[in-house]
Design a protein around this ligand. Structure first.
Ligand SMILES: [Zn+2]
Length: 387
């Protein structure tokens, strides 16, 4: 009996040590930056950057790692203090609830070992979240709500057009007020239940990508096994998302799902973090035909900063991808969709966004176009389409 108690006590101590060290170690390995802050740009680019009054980013997985977003971190890419340093007005925080071991671009099985399970346990989350995708999702939603709450009015959880208007109003006198939106990567988080769709809406989720790295109840992933379009559940969920006012994110969707969603949806879509095939011919990237259809739908395309989206994660490839969308369909359809903190190596953290402005200037973008890409397009999109 004593031995059992001793064994459990040792196990508990190991667990406590693990909570404090394992997630931070994993994150520092998984989310590097190619060059560390501070970043410097030309005086002209910096001046233009400082004239921007609405900078936004459509995709960031910072909630996954258990880091305190109220404090400036020394690892990863985004937290509230760094958003303020970069004068970023709005970030879309996205929830990853399951990630297959050996995750790769080509083909992943729904049945592979899930890497988020040990991470969830190591983060010290409630045992209710250890093996439940919906509970993990609601846990990360609650975490964002609490981070916002702790800011005592200096951060706003954007769930509606009225919330966004409140943010815009607050920023007229105080640029330190920031906005946070909430999204989900992969409809498997709903565990095949329409009731869970209503639950995540109530928790503040306003964007869902039907699939992530593997096929699920919605249909096929761009990196799955079956290449399927929307299932009956997926179609019903898309209709319900339209009714509720949850945007559909086509990042990671199979080409068949992209097609099905665009035929079915009554609302404009988001592609929160992507690249374009014209720059990198990868199976997660958009073809010109898809870009044209998304523009015709009134959608918005966030260009990501990492290798699977743009090739070598360097500034010129990010700029080339943004430029391609502008040249093909117009500047009003393109935005930033970094994938910060998404288990990716990026050239710079969020405080390096002035480098994007410098790159766009060098590529011949006008100030008006740069404003559009850096955030005005996202602001307009949400003002028009949030309920
Ligand atoms: Zn992703």
């Amino acid at each position: 009996m004593k031995k059992i108690i001793l064994f459990l006590a040792i196990l508990f101590v190991v667990y406590l040590i693990g909570i404090n060290t394992v997630p931070s170690y994993i994150e520092s390995q998984r989310n590097p930056v190619k060059s560390p802050a501070p970043y410097s740009v030309s005086a002209e680019a910096q001046a233009l950057y400082e004239r921007l009054d609405f900078i936004s980013d459509l995709h960031c997985d910072a909630l996954l790692w258990g880091r305190n977003l109220n404090e400036r971190g020394d690892r990863g890419h985004v937290d509230f203090p760094r958003m303020r340093e970069a004068n970023v007005a709005l970030e879309m925080f996205t929830i990853v609830s399951k990630s297959p071991a050996g995750q790769n671009m080509q083909s992943n099985s729904e049945d592979a070992f899930d890497n988020i399970t040990p991470l969830t346990i190591a983060k010290g989350e409630s045992p209710w979240n250890w093996f439940s995708l919906i509970n993990r999702t609601l846990g990360q939603s609650e975490a964002l709500a609490q981070f916002v709450e702790k800011e005592e009015g200096k951060a706003i959880f954007i769930r509606s057009k009225a919330d966004l208007e409140e943010l815009l109003d607050a920023r007229k006198s105080d640029k330190s007020t920031i906005g946070a939106m909430l999204g989900i990567e992969g409809g498997h988080a709903l565990e095949g239940s329409m009731e869970n769709l209503d639950k995540v809406y109530a928790a503040g989720v306003r964007m869902i990508g039907p699939t992530h790295f593997f096929d699920n109840e919605f249909g096929g992933s761009a990196h799955g096994e079956n290449g399927a379009g929307l299932s009956d559940f997926g179609k019903a969920a898309v209709k319900r998302m339209n009714e509720l006012g949850i945007f559909i994110d086509l990042a990671h969707a199979s080409p068949a799902i992209v097609e099905d969603v665009l035929n079915l949806t009554s609302e404009p879509v988001i592609v929160s973090h992507t690249g374009v095939r014209a720059v990198l011919d990868s199976q997660r990237n958009l073809s010109d035909d898809q870009i044209q259809k998304i523009a015709a739908n009134g959608g918005i395309i966030g260009i990501a900063f990492f290798d699977m989206a743009v090739g070598e994660p360097e500034l010129p490839n990010i700029i080339a991808s943004i430029k391609h969308v502008r040249d093909l369909v117009g500047v009003e359809y393109v935005a930033l969709g970094s994938d910060y903190d998404g288990s990716v190596a990026v050239p710079f953290d969020i405080t390096g966004l002035p480098l994007i402005v410098e790159g766009l200037m060098e590529a011949g973008f006008s100030e008006e176009e740069i404003r559009a890409v850096m955030g005005e397009n996202v602001k307009r999109f949400f003002l028009q389409n949030l309920n």
